[in-house]
Ligand binder design. Sequence first.
Ligand SMILES: C[S@@+](CC[C@H](N)C(=O)[O-])C[C@H]1O[C@@H](n2cnc3c(N)ncnc32)[C@H](O)[C@@H]1O
Length: 258
Amino acid sequence: MSFEIDVITLFPEMFDAITKYGITGRASKNEIFRLHTWNPRSFARDNYRTVDDSPYGGGPGMIMLAPPLDEAITRAKIRQLSEGINETKVIYLSPQGKLLDHEKVLQLTKLEGMILLCGRYEGIDERIIMRQVDEEISIGNYVISGGELAAMVLVDSIVRHIPGALGSPNSAREDSFSNHLLEFPQYTRPEIYRGDSVPSILLSGDHAKIDRWRLQQSLGKTWLRRPDLLELKYKQGISKEEEELLEEFKRTPNFRIN
Ligand SMILES: C[S@@+](CC[C@H](N)C(=O)[O-])C[C@H]1O[C@@H](n2cnc3c(N)ncnc32)[C@H](O)[C@@H]1O
């Protein structure tokens, strides 16, 4: 069964970026997820297809009108139901939402589908948030011009965790943030690049040693760059081996941080 995604957007073509290219493009082609767009302009109630108006109380910019959004979300909900999706959520991408992180991505991956609402202009009529939105998600403490890029970030991060989306099932497991650690440094050909050699252990063929080295690099990198993540790792429970590897790394940090 596909992960069903409905997106409410004034710019449906933007979503070609994830449905046509790269890993998400392949996942879309293989129907690991299906993305359906709804343009609120199609549900505008006047001949000019108006979807925005100035804010009550004054102020700069325009606000997206409630009725076309309401109608688009309702249609999206009906479509999800008709696809047999019971576990779904309406998510408004908003700088005022909860910050997106690895845990939230994993949590959303457990759904069967979702409806993503992309704002434009100065945002949307608050009554739509009250009536139709289950959750607001932000991709960072900054403002971008529309919810589309944020929705694509969300979809991409979720799709990577759906079985079959990545070439190797281990890829997402080894990515940064899984297990509260950053990923270890990676190298590929050539063996020596401008005088810098690949760490010899990676050429040894000894997979147990390589795994240990990688774990130590992950722990060390996280300690140097993201002590906040390491704190979470300690709370979750760090193993004796991990603790020893980290202590050894702290005595001889052996990679560059930039
Ligand atoms: C220019 S923003 C409106 C910002 C709004 N005036 C405010 O200050 O909260 C237009 C739309 O972009 C999207 N957006 C902007 N920044 C975002 C962020 N950090 N995360 C998720 N969506 C964002 C939202 O959908 C928003 O409705």
